[in-house]
Design a protein around this ligand. Structure first.
Ligand code: PLP
Length: 240
């Protein structure tokens, strides 16, 4: 088995183990492989080992690797920050977008989504850490954004996403995952038909699963250390 195949197997086993430990069914949790900075060959290896859903953060990087993978029916999810001049190519090339955090971006994605494709599947990204630098709609503004997005014809609202603070304080992380879960439950009580709580990465997926994640986004635990640091990591390092 390749390294990627065995890492993938270990991650799937970890999801199953943690789910069972907290009384959940393993099949309630979907694994998204976060493939940023990893080349097309690494994505293909993970695909051959059974992984179907891949997430990318940077449009240029994703568009550069997609042609080499066009023979595979990969389900591509966009999980990075969105600039408004990128919405067209995101709407054309991805099935899901997890990082919608303002009405203007949602409007553009809906307008840019072709009638020949199924609606774009959407998660709203919430800023659960209260850090000024973080993307995501503020919790107080979430209800208004959800009400807006659910009316857009070419989008299908599926749930919420968050990236909690980079910290070793697990209690703090847990409280941020818990907040996202509460916001999700509140929207469901308000009548939204949601099924996706996108939270948890390599370091914190166990806590996220315990707090109710239905989709975990895992990169380094599958692909190994990133080939180059990503901007958020550089910023976090500079702040330390
Ligand atoms: C990189 C990234 C991940 C995966 O992070 P790992 O720590 O490598 O598992 C998940 N979600 C988002 C939004 C990311 O940018």
């Amino acid at each position: 088995m390749t390294t990627i195949a065995s890492s993938l197997q270990a991650v799937n086993a970890r999801i199953a183990r943690v789910a069972q430990a907290v009384g959940r069914r393993p099949d309630e949790i979907t694994l998204l492989a976060a493939s940023k900075t990893n080349p097309a060959e690494a994505v293909r290896e993970a695909w051959l080992a059974g992984q179907i859903i891949f997430g990318e953060n940077y449009l240029q990087e994703a568009l550069a690797k997609m042609p080499a993978l066009a023979d595979l029916p990969i389900e591509w999810h966009f999980i990075g920050p969105i600039q408004s001049n990128k919405t067209k190519r995101i709407a054309e090339n991805f099935s899901w977008v997890h990082s919608v955090d303002r009405a203007k971006i949602a409007d553009r994605l809906s307008k840019d989504r072709s009638e020949s494709l199924p609606p774009l599947q959407i998660c709203l990204q919430v800023n659960v850490s209260g850090e000024d630098s973080k993307s995501g709609v503020e919790p107080e503004e979430l209800a208004a954004l959800a009400a807006h997005v659910v009316c857009l014809p070419r989008l299908k609202l599926r749930g919420l996403m968050a990236v909690p603070e980079l910290t070793t304080a697990t209690a703090l992380q847990r409280s941020q995952f818990h907040l996202l879960r509460e916001l999700y439950d509140q929207l469901k009580q308000d009548g939204y038909e949601l099924d996706t709580l996108s939270m948890g990465m390599s370091e914190d997926m166990d806590i996220a699963i315990a707090e109710g994640a239905t989709m975990v986004r895992v990169g380094t635990a599958i692909f190994g250390p990133r080939r180059y640091p990503i901007p958020e990591e550089l910023a976090a390092r500079a702040a330390r």
